[in-house]
Each structure stands twice: as structure tokens, then as C-alpha cells.
Design a protein around this ligand. Structure first.
Ligand code: IMP
Length: 418
């Protein structure tokens, strides 16, 4: 099918990078539509680890063109670093990175303000929320504005003055920002060669029937509208952001894949009903190497929450599920799946009814047997132990969506089709 989208079904970090990379072989275009350098997509190829923040994971396949859509917020310094690091690893990006002229730009001021105010939410400190906030306040700059260096300098000066006038930063912070601004102006100039009218690129590719893969960053439960507000990121991380963030019709997506981890994780603050703040949580964290790809922060871990996952399936319209990190669960003799919440003596099965008071939800669990070691060596899904098949089947039943693939290790090859 020509247009496939891959969306995170939980709080991000579901393993989208690896799956997008696997699906990218044979794609003409891989496109991102939201978020920015807050994302961290890890792909391991022949023991070499690539962590991509803004460039879609498709860049690791030589014939794929990568679109950074206008719904993204782009940090020039970080993007140039990422491009340099790809070049350093022998990856030729010539003509393969297309940055929307209308993507908004993250400036050093946004990063400084995020570092100063982001602790309550536990943001990544990458200036994402502040850049989206400037976009909504009609104070932002877009990639196209980087062309005129004089106007860009004027903009930075005016925005800094406004930030001081409005108490967003103090004058004392200005000297520390000076070097960052120099670096920003330098990187901004280097980005000019990547600017493109990505709306036309996408529309023409769709009209030709090209094979297009759309890559979501973060996850549905971090979506600014559908997620656990205010503990969310500032963009539409669910499928709802695709049309607006790329400038394509909402009906363009033919196949929507939801990526779910076989358990749950969350990085940053906010409610997490199935969180395990005990030895089991720690075991999940260590076995799953649950440390953020962007910030290195430890991820909070817990059991699979089928109430939340079902909501993600229904709101996105997910057609099929890739269940990742199944191998991590082999350390456990028995596993739990949350099938409902209890609140005030009431049973709640609908996440949408619970999302604004999620911290008060007590999870109701169903217990299933574990399956022991050896899953990561398999090459055929039919050989999965019966207990693993039962676990997957129960998830399918609760979510009412088929699990088409399971991922059983970090390598590109460790994905089994069912
Ligand atoms: P921000 O996106 O940096 O503003 O952070 C807002 C919330 O989203 C925080 O809880 C972050 O930890 C979380 N977040 C942002 N990007 C990611 C991601 O790529 N994976 C997981 N969590 C993320």
C-alpha cells in the first residue's frame, strides 16, 4: 500500500525507530510531521548504533528521501550535528533531506526557557514546547525566514527584548546565550541547502503512487490533545497530526501501524496507572535498557495497560500492531495486563473517561504465565512459546486489533511476522 504511517501507541519509546527503519527499505519517501529534537529514534545495524532525533530513520536506506514536514519544530544546531554524524558514518545524504520551508525553528532562547520552566512536566529541555508556543502566539520564525540573515538577526534581537520585557528570561542570562546564538546563526545558514516545498513533494509523490512511510514521534498518550494533558508534548503525536503536519489530505493514509511495547514505559512526569515502583519495575528497566535516547533519563516502567492501548487504537484508527520488546518479558515467571481501572467503587474501561483523573485510577490486572528464555533467538513467529502466543492473543482480544509482527531484539533483523 502506498502510504503507511507508523504511530506510537503509548508514551513514546515504543521502538518506532527500528520498525520505521525496517519498513523503509523499498520506500521512496519517509516523512516526519511533528515534534523535533525531543525524539530519539535508535536503530542498531550490525552492532553500530544510530540515534536520530529529527531526521527520519529512513535516512539509513540509501535511496530513501526524507521529509521534515512543516508540523515539526527544527533545531538548526542539532540538525546540522545529526547530518554531520551521518556523514561521519559514511551515509550520503545528498538530495535526500528535504526540510519544509514552513517548519518552525527552535532558537537558543526556546531552549533556555525550556530548561528554566520545563521541570514540572519533566520535558526533554529541547525547547519544543516553547517553539510551539511561539508558533501559536504568532511570534515564531520558520525555516524560510533563515534565508535572510539580516532579518534573522533582527528577529533574534527583538524576540530577546520581548522575552526580557515579559520576564521570560532575565538580562543576566544574555551573556550565556551569546555563544549559543552565534552557533545558531552559523547552523541556520548551513540548513539553507535543505529547504524545500515539502507540501508539493508529498502531494506529487502521493499522486504518482510512490511508496511513502510516515513516522510519528513520541506517542498517542503524549499527544497535546489526546494525551495525559498537561503532561504531554506540545504537538499532535497521534495520527491526527499527519494531515496538518505534512499538508496532505487526511484520507491519504492507507495503512496505519501502531507500535506498542509489550509492557509500558514513561519518561518525564505525569500519571502512569500501571507503574511499578518496585523490584519488578527495576528489572523491566534493566532488562529493557529503559534509558532515554535523548536525555539518558531512566524510564519509568510498568505492566501493559490495555485500557490506554485500546484508546490509542480507537482514536488513531490503528489497522495492525507491531508489538516490540517481547524478549524483555522472558525474565518474568508471570506477567500482568491491566484490563480496567477501579475508581470510587466504579469500574472504568474507557481511557477517555479516565484521562483527566488518571492519577486516581487503580489498575485491575489479569495475570498470565511467562515463557522463559530463548525468544530472541527465534526466526519464525510460529515457534514462539505457547505462553507468549497466549499473551499476544490476549492483547489482540482486548485491543480488537491484530498483532501482525513482534520484535524480539534490538537488531534490524529481529522482527517476526505472524
Ligand atoms: P517535551 O516534548 O520536551 O516538551 O517534553 C514533554 C513530555 O514529553 C515529557 O514528559 C518528555 O519526557 C516527553 N517526551 C518528549 N519526547 C519524547 C520521546 O521521544 N519519548 C518519550 N517521551 C518524550
Amino acid at each position: 500500500m502506498p502510504v503507511t504511517a507508523v504511530i506510537g501507541g503509548q508514551w513514546g519509546d515504543e521502538g518506532k525507530g527500528k520498525i520505521v527503519d525496517a519498513l523503509s527499505s523499498g520506500a521512496d519517501i519517509v516523512a516526519r510531521y511533528q515534534g523535533g529534537a525531543n525524539a530519539g529514534h535508535t536503530v542498531i545495524i550490525n552492532d553500530k548504533t544510530f540515534i536520530l532525533h529529527q531526521i527520519p530513520s529512513g535516512i539509513l536506506h540509501e535511496n530513501v528521501r526524507c521529509v521534515l514536514g512543516h508540523g515539526m519544530v527544527i533545531d538548526p544546531v542539532s540538525l546540522i550535528d545529526e547530518i554531520d554524524s551521518l556523514h561521519g558514518n559514511g551515509i550520503d545524504t545528498t538530495g535526500r533531506i528535504l526540510l519544509s520551508t514552513h517548519a518552525h525553528i527552535v532558537t537558543p532562547l526556546h531552549r533556555a526557557m525550556d530548561r528554566a520552566t520545563g521541570q514540572v512536566i519533566g520535558t526533554t529541555g529541547r525547547g519544543i514546547g516553547l517553539a510551539y508556543s511561539d508558533k501559536a502566539r504568532r511570534l515564531g520564525i520558520r525555516a524560510v525566514d533563515l534565508i535572510d540573515a539580516g532579518s534573522l538577526g533582527d528577529y533574534i534581537r527583538k524576540r530577546l527584548k520581548l522575552a526580557i520585557d515579559q520576564g521570560e528570561i532575565t538580562e543576566a542570562e544574555l551573556p550565556a546565550l551569546k555563544d549559543d546564538i552565534e552557533q545558531f546563526l552559523h547552523a541556520s545558514n548551513k540548513l539553507l541547502e535543505y529547504l524545500a516545498d515539502t507540501v508539493s513533494v508529498m502531494l506529487e509523490a502521493i499522486a504518482r503512487g510512490d511508496s511513502i512511510l510516515i513516522e510519528g514521534a513520541q506517542g498517542t498518550l503524549l499527544d497535546v490533545d489526546l494525551g495525559t494533558y498537561p503532561y504531554v508534548t506540545s504537538s499532535s503525536a497521534s495520527a491526527s497530526g499527519i494531515a496538518a503536519g505534512l499538508g496532505i489530505p487526511a484520507r491519504s493514509v492507507d495503512r496505519l501501524i501502531g507500535i506498542f511495547k509489550a509492557y509500558a514505559t514513561r519518561v518525564g512526569n505525569g500519571p502512569f496507572p500501571t507503574e511499578l515502583e518496585d523490584r519488578t519495575g527495576e528489572q523491566l528497566q534493566n532488562s529493557g535498557a529503559e534509558f532515554g535516547a535523548t536525555t539518558g533519563r531512566p524510564r519509568r516502567c510498568g505492566w501493559f495497560d490495555a485500557v490506554a492501548a485500546r484508546y490509542a487504537c480507537r482514536t488513531n484508527g490503528i489497522d495492525e500492531i507491531y508489538l516490540s520488546k517481547l524478549d524483555v518479558l522472558e525474565k518474568f515467571d508471570s506477567l500482568k495486563i491491566c484490563t480496567g481501572y477501579r475508581w470510587n467503587g466504579e469500574m472504568i474501561n474507557d481511557f477517555s473517561a479516565a484521562v483527566h483523573k488518571l492519577d486516581k485510577m487503580e489498575p485491575i490486572y489479569e495475570e498470565l504465565p511467562g515463557w522463559g528464555a530463548g525468544v530472541s533467538q527465534l526466526t519464525d513467529a510460529n515457534d514462539l512459546p505457547d505462553q507468549a502466543k497466549t499473551y499476544i492473543a490476549r492483547i489482540e482480544e482486548l485491543l480488537e486489533v491484530p498483532v501482525s509482527h513482534v520484535s524480539i531484539g534490538a537488531e534490524r533483523s529481529q522482527i517476526l511476522k505472524r
